[in-house]
Design a protein around this ligand. Structure first.
Ligand code: C2O
Ligand code: CU
Ligand code: CU
Length: 460
């Protein structure tokens, strides 16, 4: 294994702790990237659809000849893609076949803040099944699901519990965009692991600051490689790592278009050459491989190879839509007063939101259902130092109003549910909860969340 440090073009944060140091397998010995299966419904009748999802133990061979004990949903490792439509009435049977308690959380889904949301209160004991029902009421987006049991989220995700949740709507179906799953529309779940004697042993490698692996895997494949036709391809990227921040770019700084953020399409495709994704964040990008027949284009994390894409076949060039949405971020939001402030701090052991750790009996905030409030999120530097914290809120897709008083750059101009806030940064967001209930807000570095960098809000 070769060690390299990927600092992207982010030297401006160099005075702070960096969590993107990793060793990576070089490109030799790559394995073909695979894509998670699409989950078939148990039943489907008109607008009503029913699914079953089981958290279970599994076994995987990540590296030749070694069997690794894992967790997975309906399979050995990770989970299938659950593909829902706006307006659908959904029933999901959730079964826990692990020998420890778990929950099923739908990250980015705007559902009631009760057992449906699957936060730490929605525990499912071993051997139990619970059923949730909800109506999908949000725009097309790439969301995800993962466990959320108090103090155990990091270990369970690390062992393999995570999956993608796609929402489709009338607009996403009508738009001209690459949409053939596994052909020109590819999910990429980015994660990092350190294998200990070939095993995924969270306790052996856990680090409260950030559990970082020396091996990257995509969709559960170590050292992956893929082929694609010389067309525009769509990558739906999830940072499913416990703690790692990725600075995504392509070789030779090949430009790509950002088409969607956490919560759905941006207004217009934004051309960029690097994209920062903190833990829990997603982005959909389109990259044009037209000029690369017979060549290799590589997705990188800073300077470190993540995924070589060999451009082989030839397909008909297609023109795709570049205008998608009508998000209005105007003065009404910019001039609204801040009604909630959250400070994030900590770098080594004490990870705090507003100076406190999580208390399941304490409600930190209240907000009225349907109201929009401006929250100000600040990452403060204290005696421990500072590091970037990805701030996430359940049950809502919010808009970034400003970053240190300035307009957010393109990567933050769509709906978001998680934003990676750098040390000393102050970000204002416009938050509206469409449903009621108790929701978590927390740092999505799972180690920080597990030690209590989390609060709760009651939406009434
Ligand atoms: Cu990805 Cu509390 O969630
Ligand atoms: Cu969430
Ligand atoms: Cu954090």
């Amino acid at each position: 294994q070769e060690t390299s440090t990927a600092h992207g073009g982010h030297a401006q944060h160099g005075t702070y702790y960096h969590n993107e140091q990793l060793a990576l397998l070089p490109n030799e010995g790559t394995q073909p990237l695979t894509f998670p299966p699409l989950l078939a419904p148990v039943s489907e009748q008109g607008n009503e659809v029913e699914y079953a999802l089981t958290a279970q133990q599994g076994k995987m061979t990540f590296v030749d000849g070694v069997e690794t004990a894992t967790y997975g949903y309906n399979g050995e490792f990770l989970g299938p893609v659950l593909r829902l439509k706006d307006g659908q009435q959904v029933t999901i049977h959730l079964t826990n076949e692990l020998d420890e308690a778990t929950t099923f959380h739908w990250h980015g889904l705007e559902v009631a803040g009760d057992a449906t949301d699957g936060g730490p209160h929605a525990v499912i004991e071993p051997g139990e099944t619970q059923t949730i029902t909800f109506t999908v009421d949000q725009q097309a987006a790439t969301l995800w699901y993962h466990p959320h049991p108090m103090g155990k989220t990091a270990a369970q995700v690390y062992k393999g519990l995570a999956g993608l949740l796609y929402i489709d709507d009338a607009k996403s179906e009508a738009l001209q965009l690459p949409h053939d799953y596994g052909i020109n529309d590819f999910p990429l779940v980015l994660q990092d692991r350190t294998f200990v004697d070939g095993q995924i042993d969270y306790e052996a490698v856990a680090n409260t600051m950030s559990t970082l692996g020396d091996t990257i895997m995509i969709n559960g494949v170590v050292n992956p490689a893929m082929t694609a036709a010389n067309e525009k391809v769509r990558l739906r990227i999830l940072n499913g790592s416990n703690a790692m921040t990725y600075y995504l770019r392509f070789t030779d700084d090949l430009p790509f278009s950002l088409i969607a953020t956490d919560g759905g399409f941006v207004n217009e495709a934004a051309t960029m050459t690097t994209l920062t994704l903190g833990a829990g964040e997603r982005a959909e990008i389109v990259v044009d491989l037209h000029d690369f027949v017979g060549q290799r284009v590589e997705l990188l994390n800073g300077d470190t190879p993540l995924l070589p894409i060999d451009v082989t076949a030839t397909r008909q060039a297609m023109d795709y839509d570049t205008t998608f949405n009508e998000i209005v971020l105007d003065d009404t939001l910019r001039t609204m007063e801040v009604t909630k402030t959250v400070t994030m701090e900590g770098m080594t052991e004490n990870f705090l939101l507003n100076g406190k750790t999580f208390d399941h009996e304490r409600i930190d905030f209240r907000q009225k259902q349907g109201d929009t409030e401006i929250w100000e999120i600040e990452n403060i530097i204290n005696e421990e130092g500072a590091m970037a914290h990805p701030f996430h809120i359940h049950g809502t897709q919010f808009l970034v109003v400003s970053v240190d008083g300035e307009e957010p750059d393109a990567a933050w101009q769509g709906y978001k549910d998680t934003i990676t806030v750098q040390p000393n940064q102050k970000v204002r967001i416009a938050v509206r909860f469409p449903e009621k209930g108790i929701y978590m807000f927390h740092c999505h570095i799972l180690e920080h969340e597990d030690v209590g960098m989390m609060g709760q809000i009651e939406v009434y």
